[in-house]
Design a protein around this ligand. Structure first.
Ligand SMILES: [Ca+2]
Ligand SMILES: [Ca+2]
Ligand SMILES: [Cu+2]
Length: 347
């Protein structure tokens, strides 16, 4: 049991994602989502479990697939290799990321307080900030395009002056893994495992780079919401969006899933370990794998898998908008580009 944090301490010294998890390398710290230092976060309060629901979910049939980076595109520190065979039971997964409207219904029903609200601060991309100067606290070490903004939370995604009235159909952001867990529990769903997420994001395409094939596409026909232009100062907005896009923007993949890559990072159930695939690859196919939680780590600080990349991804510094790409953040972290979708066992 941890104690409630001291509100007088300096607010949110943000640190680079992966700082403690992986050795420094050219790209290991460049992931486009910062980690919050909320080391005295209390245990997440339990939200009542709702009746099982499969609303908004598509069925992914049982089968095997090749998990991992078949193209050699990934950053070694992320552990996208070796490619290995995974066998999954049939399951259900949300076609869309959870929206602000859906999260509002959850909060109304449960009075859930998110980690960002409890802490009073969350990370906002510098070009998106809508806050008084006094509420912009500091930039994150090594990732100066992330600003800690007082009063940034799911209702105020760009800071206290912003709102979600016009973003009802956009993915909820500034939600931690713990907040996502609480939502899933209430909704009668669960988070997808990392293997389920990748299998579903592949949409039936064997070893492809993206949910639609191997080519990113360009010009007037973007297929996902990432960054165009020069990161992090100039976004040419060719895909139409600086930050989030509606959850149904762009074409769905072969299983009917929207925006798996790009738009927002999506929390998965698993604890994150770069060596996960290597450890698993000796006995394949891996059957319904899910990475175990480390012992002796405070639940708020366990690194959890995030998949899919976000509107900040750009090939020049973070190409994690591929179906095989992996990243992580601590269970209490939040930022303006992390959301989630839910899954379910087949009944
Ligand atoms: Ca964009
Ligand atoms: Ca996504
Ligand atoms: Cu990225």
């Amino acid at each position: 049991m941890t104690t409630r944090h001291d509100v007088s301490r300096p607010l949110l010294p943000l640190v680079e994602a992966h700082e403690s998890a992986t050795p420094p390398s050219e790209h290991a710290g460049s992931c486009c989502a910062p980690t919050a230092d909320r080391s005295a976060a209390p245990d997440a309060p339990a939200v009542p479990r709702g009746q099982r629901s499969t609303r908004g979910q598509v069925r992914v049939p049982a089968g095997t697939f090749w998990m991992g980076d078949s193209h050699g595109d990934g950053y070694a520190a992320d552990g996208e290799l070796p490619v290995h065979e995974v066998q999954l039971s049939a399951h259900l997964i949300d076609a869309k990321a959870v929206t602000n409207a859906q999260f509002a219904t959850f909060v109304k029903a449960t009075d859930h307080v998110t980690d960002a609200e409890r802490d009073g601060v969350s990370a906002v991309f510098h070009l998106a900030v809508d806050a008084a100067p006094a509420d912009v606290l500091q930039s994150a070490a090594g990732v100066p395009w992330w600003l800690a903004v007082r009063g940034a939370d799911w209702r105020h995604p760009a800071g206290p002056r912003s709102g979600i009235a016009d973003l009802q159909n956009h993915p909820v952001v500034h939600v931690s893994w713990r907040d996502a867990q609480a939502y899933c529990r209430w909704a009668g769903k669960r988070l997808p495992t990392e293997a389920e997420w990748e299998h579903a994001a592949r949409g039936g395409l064997d070893r492809a780079r993206y949910p639609w094939g191997d080519e990113l596409g360009s010009g007037g026909r973007w297929r996902c919401n990432i960054w165009q232009g020069e990161f992090p100062r100039r976004n040419t907005l060719e895909d139409g969006y600086l930050t989030t896009a509606p959850v149904t923007a762009f074409q769905a993949n072969g299983y009917g899933l929207f925006n798996t890559v790009g738009n927002v990072w999506e929390w998965c159930q698993d604890a994150f370990r770069p060596s996960e695939y290597a450890d698993r690859a000796g006995a394949t196919p891996a059957v319904d794998p899910v990475a175990a939680e480390p012992a002796d780590v405070d639940e708020a600080l366990i690194s959890r898998v995030m998949r899919g990349g976000s509107y900040l991804c750009h090939d020049s510094y973070c190409n994690r908008y591929r179906v095989a790409a992996r990243s992580s953040n601590t269970a209490e972290s939040s930022s303006g580009n992390i959301g989630f979708r839910c899954a379910n066992d087949e009944a």
